[in-house]
Write a protein that binds this ligand. Structure first.
Ligand code: ZN
Length: 421
C-alpha cells in the first residue's frame, strides 16, 4: 500500500462535501476531525501491558486522532476495524501495531523477524554458491548512504542473449511485507530447476531473470531500526529542509502533472514538493542514486522485456494507466493470469490511476520504454505479524513467478515453452 497515511491526513484536513456511501472515509472523517479540541500535555499508546507517551512531534496528530478524548490513542482511533481501505485489503491489528510504535518513537519489535539488508544479500550469495553458474551478482549502484545496490541474474550463459525480466523489491522502506517475495521467488526457481520441473527449467534455461531484492537499503534499515513508518530513502538535497525522497515518485515518467509548479506545495498531486512529506518527489527526476541505478539498468539492456515492482500491502496487482484499450485489456489479462496462480486469496487488479493519482513511478517508466510493466502489493499491512511472513512470501512469490511466466510466453519461441510440450 503506497500512501495510506496521505489519504488519512487528507481526510483529516477536509471537512467539506463528503458523500456517504464509502464507509471508511466517513468514519475517519467523523472520528478524526474535531477542530476546537484543546491539545493535551501528553498522549499515550498501549504497547504490550504498558502505556507509553506519544513523542512530542506527534502530539498534534495524536490530538486529532483521540476521538473519545481519553488521552490514549487506541488501535481503533488509528484505523477503524475495517478489512479494506479503498481497494486495499488491510489487517487492522498489524497495521496499528506498527503505527503505535511510530507514535511512541520506538522501532517495531518484529524487525528482527525480517531479514536485514545484509542478510538479504547474504541469502542471495548463498544461493549463488549453491547453484554454480546460475546466479550472478552485479552491483548496479550505491545508495545515498553508500550501501551497495545489487542485482542478481538468474540464468545461464552471457548477459544480453535472452529475453530479460527485472523484479524489484523494497523501493518503499516500510513495506517489509513485500521484500521477502523477491528472494523467495529466486529460491523457488532454483529449487524447481534442480528438481527438473519443466516450468522452472523453461524460465531458467531461456530467460535472463534479474532480481533486485532491496532497492532502498538506507530507508529499509532506518525503518527497521528507527521509524517503522519511514517510506523514502535517506538522501539530503541542498535547499530542501527534509530527509528522503519517495523513490517511486522520482522516475522520468510524468514527473509532475501539467501545471504543478516546482517547490509550490498547494498544487501538489501525484507526489509532493514538500520534502517533509511521505511522497516527496525529489528536487528533479532521477535526483536519487537508487532510482538512477534502476533506470540506468533498464535503459542499458535492450533485451529487457518486463519489469515488476513489488510492494506491500493491499493484495493488489497494479499496472500503469494507459490510453490504448488493447494495452489495458492485455494488462487485465495478465493480472487474471497472476491471480490464477494464487490460491483462493485473490489480488485486486487495478490500473494505478484507479488507486490514486501518481507521478514519476517506476511502473509508468517501464511502460514508457516499452516493457510489460506491473506492480504487486502483497500482504495486508506494512509489517505483518511474524507468523504471517511465510504465507505472504509464498503467495507473493507465486505471483512474481506468474509474471515471469507471462514474459516467457510473450517472448520465447513456442519450442522453448514448457506448456507446449
Ligand atoms: Zn509501496
Amino acid at each position: 500500500m503506497m500512501e495510506l497515511f496521505q489519504v488519512y491526513f487528507r481526510v483529516m484536513n477536509t471537512v467539506t462535501h463528503h458523500h456517504c456511501g464509502c464507509g471508511i472515509e466517513h468514519r475517519l472523517h467523523k472520528s478524526v476531525f474535531k477542530s476546537d479540541k484543546p491539545m493535551r500535555d501528553q498522549y499515550k499508546v498501549k504497547l504490550g501491558d504498558n502505556y507509553t507517551p506519544v513523542m512530542d512531534e506527534y502530539k498534534p496528530l495524536a490530538a486529532g486522532m483521540d476521538s473519545n478524548d481519553d488521552g490514549i490513542i487506541s488501535s481503533n482511533e488509528i484505523l477503524p476495524p475495517v478489512d479494506k481501505i479503498g481497494h486495499a485489503q488491510v489487517d487492522q491489528p498489524d497495521f496499528t501495531f506498527s503505527f503505535k510504535h511510530k507514535l511512541a518513537g520506538w522501532s517495531n519489535p518484529w524487525a528482527d523477524k525480517y531479514p536485514s539488508t545484509a542478510q538479504i544479500h547474504q541469502e542471495m550469495d548463498e544461493l549463488s554458491e549453491a547453484n554454480p553458474g546460475l546466479v550472478h551478482r552485479t552491483q548496479i549502484g550505491e545508495s545515498a548512504q553508500g550501501r551497495p545496490l545489487y542485482a542478481y541474474r538468474i540464468g545461464k550463459g552471457e548477459e544480453g542473449e535472452k529475453p530479460g525480466v527485472l523484479v524489484v523489491g523494497g523501493q518503499h522502506a516500510r513495506e517489509w511485507a513485500g521484500n521477502g517475495a523477491v528472494s523467495e521467488s529466486v529460491e523457488k526457481l532454483l529449487e524447481g530447476y534442480q528438481k527438473k520441473d519443466p516450468e522452472m527449467m523453461e524460465k531458467v534455461d531461456n530467460l535472463e531473470m534479474w532480481f533486485v531484492p532491496m532497492a532502498n537499503p538506507d530507508g529499509y534499515e532506518y525503518s527497521r531500526n528507527a521509524d517503522p513508518d519511514w517510506r523514502k530513502n535517506r538522501s539530503r538535497h541542498p535547499g530542501y529542509e527534509g530527509v528522503g525522497t519517495d523513490l517511486n515518485r522520482n522516475y522520468r515518467a510524468q514527473f509532475r502533472f501539467h501545471g504543478d509548479v516546482p517547490k509550490r506545495e498547494g498544487d501538489d498531486a501525484g507526489a509532493s514538493d514538500d520534502p517533509t512529506r511521505l511522497t516527496f518527489r525529489g528536487p528533479h527526476a532521477l535526483s536519487e542514486n537508487e532510482s538512477q541505478a534502476l533506470t540506468n539498468f533498464m535503459d542499458t539492456r535492450p533485451n529487457l522485456k518486463g519489469v515488476l515492482d513489488v510492494h506491500g500491502f493491499g493484495r493488489m496487482i497494479l499496472f500503469p494507466g494507459v490510453k490504448d484499450e488493447g494495452r489495458e485489456a492485455h494488462y487485465r489479462k495478465v493480472a487474471d493470469k497472476i491471480n490464477a496462480a494464487l490460491d483462493e486469496t485473490k489480488y485486486t487488479p487495478l490500473a494505478i490511476p484507479e488507486l490514486y493519482p501518481t507521478t514519476g513511478d517506476m511502473s509508468a517508466y517501464g511502460e514508457k520504454i516499452g516493457l510489460l510493466s506491473m506492480g504487486l502489493e502483497i500482504g495486508t499491512s506494512f509489517q505483518p505479524h511474524p507468523d504471517k511472513i511465510d504465507d505472504i512470501t509464498d503467495r507473493g512469490s507465486n505471483a512474481v513467478i506468474a509474471f515471469i511466466d507471462q514474459v516467457a510466453d510473450e517472448n520465447l519461441p513456442p519450442e522453448q515453452l514448457a506448456n507446449v510440450v
